[in-house]
Design a protein. Structure first.
Length: 152
C-alpha cells in the first residue's frame, strides 16, 4: 500500500509492505506505477511522526522500517540510523563504521539509494571537509532538514 500527502516540504509518498515502511518518495522522485493506494494505520502513523519531526517536536522515529538493498547497503543504512538528531557524520566516518574505511564511493552510493530518506537520515551525511554533498532531492532540501535539526 502507498499513500501520498502534502507536507511542509512538499508532497511525499510512503509505501508499506508486510507491516513495515519500505519507501518514502519526494514529489520529484520516480514512483512505481500501479501502486495500490490507501492510508493504512502504519502509514498514517508515519505521516504523523513526519509532521512532528518537521515541526521540530520529534527527534527520533519509532517506525518499523524495511528498506530493500544489498547486505552492504543494509549495513550503511543501519549506521545512518545511529547518527543522532542535529549531528552529522562524514562518508569516511560511515565507511569506517561499517568496517571498510576505503569504501567512500560505496557508502555514497548506498546513501543515494536509501529508499526511506528522512526516516533513515541520509541527509545527516556530509563531505569530509564539512561540505554538503549529494542528496537525491537536492541540496536545498538537505540544508533545510539539517537547519531544522540544528535549530532545535
Amino acid at each position: 500500500m502507498a499513500f501520498f500527502k502534502e507536507t511542509l516540504i512538499g508532497r511525499i509518498g510512503m509505501e508499506e509492505e508486510d507491516g513495515c515502511i519500505t519507501h518514502l518518495w519526494f514529489e520529484n522522485d520516480i514512483v512505481p506505477q500501479n501502486l495500490e493506494q490507501a492510508e493504512t494505520p502504519l502509514i498514517k502513523e508515519a505521516f504523523e511522526q513526519l509532521e512532528l519531526y518537521l515541526n521540530g517536536q520529534l527527534k527520533e522515529f519509532s517506525l518499523p522500517l524495511q528498506p530493500e538493498g544489498t547486505p552492504f547497503m543494509q549495513s550503511v543504512w543501519q549506521k545512518l540510523l545511529e547518527v543522532p538528531y542535529g549531528q552529522t557524520a562524514s562518508y569516511r566516518e560511515i565507511a569506517t563504521a561499517v568496517g571498510n574505511p576505503k569504501a567512500l564511493r560505496a557508502v555514497g552510493m548506498a546513501n543515494s539509494r536509501n529508499p526511506i530518506p528522512i526516516l533513515i537520515p541520509c541527509h545527516r551525511i556530509i563531505g569530509s571537509k564539512g561540505d554538503l554533498v549529494g542528496y537525491s532531492s537536492g541540496l536545498d532540501l538537505k540544508r533545510k532538514l539539517l537547519d531544522l535539526e540544528t535549530r532545535r
